[in-house]
Design a protein around this ligand. Structure first.
Ligand SMILES: [Zn+2]
Length: 148
């Protein structure tokens, strides 16, 4: 998985998920806090250094706050200094999907949960790992569910 793959997925479609969860905004509103809804369903961004998991490096598994699909492992979390939880890769290639995002006059790649389409954050080609990727994810879109 490289930046080239990310761009290809963003342009041509991402790997299909194992399952799908689809709910109306009204249903999501009942399940999520106001902040979780604003970020995951309305594509908001939390303030940097404000999120629960921003500087937390406890062992664990990070799941989608909406559908509980496992998205990231703490062993791939790193301190990026950006103020948002940052990961070098997703838990599996088909748990996230990629979309070109040209909002705010920027060319970015948006990362979504491929199971329920929750907005998670963005991915950038300046990560520290072998694949050079940095997944910059909102804390509010994640829930740490267990230890590894
Ligand atoms: Zn989800």
């Amino acid at each position: 998985m490289s930046w080239k793959d990310v761009l290809r997925f963003a342009r041509q479609g991402s790997p299909a998920p194992d399952r799908r969860v689809e709910k109306s905004d009204e249903e999501w509103r009942k399940l999520l806090t106001r902040e979780q809804f604003a970020i995951t369903r309305a594509k908001g961004t939390e303030r940097p250094f404000a999120g629960e998991y921003c500087s937390s490096h406890e062992p664990g598994v990070y799941a989608c706050v909406c559908c509980k699909t496992v998205l990231f492992y703490s062993r791939e979390k790193f301190e990026s200094g950006t103020g948002w939880p940052s990961f070098t890769r997703p838990a599996a290639a088909n748990v996230v999907s990629y979309h070109e995002d040209t909002s705010y006059g920027m060319e970015r790649v948006e990362v979504l949960c491929s199971v329920c389409d929750a907005h998670l954050g963005h991915v950038f080609p300046d990560g520290p790992g072998e694949n050079g990727l940095r997944y910059c994810i909102n804390s509010a879109s994640l829930v740490r569910v267990s230890t590894e």
